[in-house]
Design a protein around this ligand. Structure first.
Ligand code: NAD
Length: 452
């Protein structure tokens, strides 16, 4: 690892990545590589947890390609020096900001959307002119292997390389000095990464998880609310960091919601055969999910199979904030319902917990929508929809508090992997003696006026 990082530093110091045309060539090469190997990528992810080509292309490959296309189109603009106004004190002169790459970056991925989560930050890092060591999650072994194979066969390892492995390999990487660490994963491991980065004062971006509430506040468009919510919850069998974790609903709407939700789940025919469902990633996670079930609270589903690693879409009713299912991020196909009589009291409850990564509000009532948007802090979200905010590359994607530090996507990703160097360039035309000896009351008065 030491040798690899030394070589990457040497490559970075050669200044090749500072050239914007070089970056564009590499991004194009990356795009073609994804295009040429899509079949291979689809096969590997199917092997790991039976994800369909449809979901892999729509939720992963196409989204990475969209990031690449945007970066190719905009990287020249994003990298430009930006002139800013110069203050009166510094007159005459000019001020500008130079974006510069941070250097050698480490990107650590999670397993649930293994391609998108590993490769979208890579696009940002390369566009910003960094070198990259990528460490994908080891849990989906085939996807990790195929990413290593196609990338390591195509790119100079001194510029962009994949290191496969689990905890030991990640620890070994984290003991080295990087100029940037970008981590996606659990809050528990995020803390470990943050501590390791602190040793070298390396800047981090931490994309972590949390419990994402979904408010259903009226029944005006209940059918469409439910359709969007059920799709978002059970996509990837609930193994989505921004999936609605649980539903908050006024008591009087609950019955109607449950009926509509069950009807929608049945209508969607979630299964591997229908290409719209996946396995739970490991048996350990099946066990973890099964421990969150309370039999008497299940109103739909609840069955699972350890061997096939299939967990049925499940709805739990009469859930309270004290139940086991509310003590951790579910990250699976269980949808708990919490009914409430007072919106203020549930808002208070959410605010007393860790800040969510996402929040969803289904309502046609503008005041209620604004109340929730104003009062609850969370990473990002949607009104009358769920998940889809992630697809808009004009918005930053990231958490807040325990759900994340920093953000990416589009230009926000470029900024995440850049340092903005502020430069003031003084004119040599004349020199005022305001700041020099002797200090007089008149000079002090003038300087004070200039600060105003
Ligand atoms: P994880 O934290 O277990 O693993 C993430 C990465 O860290 C993996 O590459 C793994 O090899 C490494 N790792 C694991 N244990 C480690 C240790 N002790 N020391 C050093 N490295 C270690 O997370 P996961 O199970 O892969 O992913 C699920 C979590 O990721 C969920 O909490 C989910 O919400 C979150 N997630 C967040 C986003 C986001 O964009 N915010 C996206 C996807 C997943």
């Amino acid at each position: 690892m030491k040798e690899l990082i030394r070589k990457q530093r040497e490559f970075f110091d050669s200044n090749q990545t500072k050239d914007i045309d070089f970056r564009i060539v590499q991004l194009k090469k990356f795009k073609n590589l994804l295009k040429d190997t899509t079949k291979k990528l689809n096969t590997a992810i199917f092997d790991d947890f039976r994800k369909s080509a449809f979901d892999t292309i729509t939720c992963e490959i196409s989204m990475i390609q969209a990031e690449i296309d945007l970066a190719i189109k905009k990287v020249k603009t994003w990298s430009k020096r930006k002139r800013v106004k110069t203050d009166l004190l510094n007159f005459p002169g000019k001020s500008y900001i130079i974006p510069e790459p941070l250097g050698v970056s480490l990107i650590i991925g999670a397993w649930n959307y293994p391609y998108f989560i590993s490769l979208a930050p890579v696009v940002a890092a390369l566009a910003a002119g960094n070198t990259v060591v990528l460490k994908p999650s080891e849990l989906p072994a085939s996807t990790s292997r195929v990413m290593a194979e196609i990338i390591n066969n195509s790119f100079d390892p001194s510029y962009f390389t994949v290191v496969q492995g689990g905890i030991a390999e990640t620890e070994a990487l984290l003991s080295e000095r990087f100029d940037k660490i970008f981590f996606t994963g659990s809050t528990t491991v995020g803390r470990i990464v943050y501590q390791a980065a602190a040793k070298h004062l390396t800047p981090v971006t931490l994309e972590m998880g949390g419990k994402n509430p979904a408010f259903i506040l009226d029944s005006t468009s209940i059918k469409i609310y439910v359709k969007r919510l059920i799709w978002a919850k059970f996509l990837n069998a609930g193994q989505t960091c921004i999936a609605p974790d649980y539903v908050l609903i006024p008591r009087q709407l609950k019955k109607q919601f449950i009926e509509a939700a069950i009807k929608e789940i049945k209508c969607q025919h979630f299964s591997i055969e229908n290409h719209n469902y996946v396995q739970i990633i490991t048996e350990k996670h099946i066990e973890r999910l099964s421990r969150l079930l309370e039999k008497e609270k299940i109103v739909f589903g609840g069955s699972y199979n350890q061997q096939s690693r299939i967990f049925e879409p499940t709805i739990m009713d009469n859930v309270t904030f004290d139940d086991p299912v509310m003590q951790e991020e579910i990250f699976g196909p269980i949808l708990p319902l919490i009914t409430f009589d007072s919106l203020d009291s549930v808002i208070k409850e959410i605010k007393s917990r860790q800040k969510p990564l996402a929040c969803y509000i289904f309502t046609s009532n503008r005041e209620l929508k604004d109340k929730i948007l104003d009062e609850i802090s969370f990473g990002g979200g949607a009104v009358n929809d769920a998940l889809m905010h992630i697809a808009n590359l004009n918005m930053p994607f990231g958490g807040v508090g325990e759900s994340g530090i920093g953000s990416y996507h589009g230009e926000f990703g470029f900024k995440t992997f850049s340092h903005y160097k502020s430069i003031f360039e003084k004119s040599l035309l004349f020199e005022s003696d305001l700041k020099y000896y002797p200090r007089t009351d008149f000079k002090l008065k003038l300087i004070k006026m200039m600060f105003k």
